[in-house]
Design a protein. Structure first.
Lengths: 300, 46
């Protein structure tokens, strides 16, 4: 069992590293200090990877969604049928196929949080009420404010990117201001605010496991809604489960998988499966239920 | 057909329809144009 665990965790780290590199492959643009212009940047990536990172070769779906919403009314008024359907559909497709699997296996910002958490510092639990903050952030900063708070021309702002996103500050703000003197000369209060927020998150990452994913990330929140319908799923054989809670102790988001395998917080990292002493937890892309095992229900 | 499977195919179908309509409406280029321009908000200027 131990060998299986090590193999899975190593495989996950390889996937995370490969995704971090694969999503940011344009080294030439990075060296030149300009944003990549590759044709694939119209594709929404299944991860929170800022498209203003000079090396990014795809679009951040959260940034793309906000930009679709903040120009929604303008486009509607101008008779243009550019209403963000492609971005919404892309998010739906990711969620329907994999749920939060990309959070656990592909997201570069998730990988960063896991690496920083390895620092030998005292660890603190995240209070449960803070995990609800992500819903407010999604509703207000990603959906409502970009859609409703408009300037005189009828255009809005990507509020989450502008005021919160530490991934954007790290991957784009810090990198571009270091590489590009023209950008560096324009930094002001907003950058100072976002940089302070980034520092707070970096410190929190060393103390708590994946604090950004659990309390803020709008992409994880959207994909989490799909955990209960996605093709990728976790199942728990309740007949074999001895309720030892080894799964909860190993879980980065502190959930009891046997109570709800479809929890919107579950990152699908499979750590629970690796530590389960009875091997009653399994995963896979499947819609039909196996005869030998059945999915546990919420509150079971 | 169980409920999960029904929802899965429903969301899958809807997502593919939205993507197709978006692509036909030229939205891939809209996303691309935004993504190849420095996002001033993201870097703390705008």
């Amino acid at each position: 069992m131990k060998t299986r665990g090590i193999k899975t965790e190593t495989r996950r780290k390889i996937y995370q590293l490969a995704a971090a590199l694969g999503f940011n492959l344009d080294v030439v643009s990075l060296l030149k200090g300009r944003v990549s212009q590759v044709p694939t940047k119209g594709l929404c990536l299944p991860a929170l990877n800022c498209y203003s990172c000079p090396a990014a070769v795809g679009a951040c779906p959260v940034g793309a969604l906000q930009n679709a919403l903040n120009s929604f009314r303008y486009n509607l008024g101008a008779g243009q049928k550019k209403l963000g359907l492609y971005v919404i559909g892309s998010l739906g497709l990711m969620g329907t196929l994999a749920g939060r699997l990309p959070c656990g296996w592909l997201c570069p910002f998730g990988l960063l949080q896991e690496l920083i958490y390895k620092l030998p510092l005292p660890k603190i639990q995240i209070p449960a009420f803070l995990t609800y903050l992500r819903y407010a952030i999604l509703v207000f900063l990603v959906l409502l404010l970009p859609l409703l708070a408009l300037d005189a021309s009828g255009l809005g702002w990507p509020w989450f990117c502008k005021w919160v996103c530490p991934a954007g500050t790290l991957e784009a703000g810090v990198v571009l201001s270091l590489l590009n003197p023209a950008i560096r000369s324009q930094l002001g209060f907003l950058f100072a605010w976002k940089f302070a927020l980034l520092i707070i998150f970096l410190v929190w990452m060393a103390l708590s496991m994946r604090p950004f994913c659990r309390t803020v990330c709008p992409l994880g929140t959207i994909l989490g809604f799909f955990n209960r319908v996605s093709a990728f799923r976790m199942t728990v054989d309740l007949e074999q489960c001895i309720v030892c809670d080894a799964c909860q102790k190993a879980c980065p988001v502190n959930i009891k998988i046997y109570k709800n395998p479809d929890s919107s917080q579950c990152l699908r990292c499979l750590k629970c499966e690796q530590v389960c002493p009875t091997n009653c937890i399994s995963h896979g892309f499947r819609l039909a239920e196996k005869k030998a095992e059945y999915p546990a229900r919420a509150g079971a | 057909m169980n409920k999960r499977r029904l929802l899965f195919f429903g969301f899958l179908f809807l997502s593919l329809i939205l993507i197709t309509l978006g692509l036909l409406g030229g939205e891939f280029r809209v996303v691309w144009q935004k993504a190849v321009t420095v996002c001033l908000e993201c870097i703390g200027i705008g």
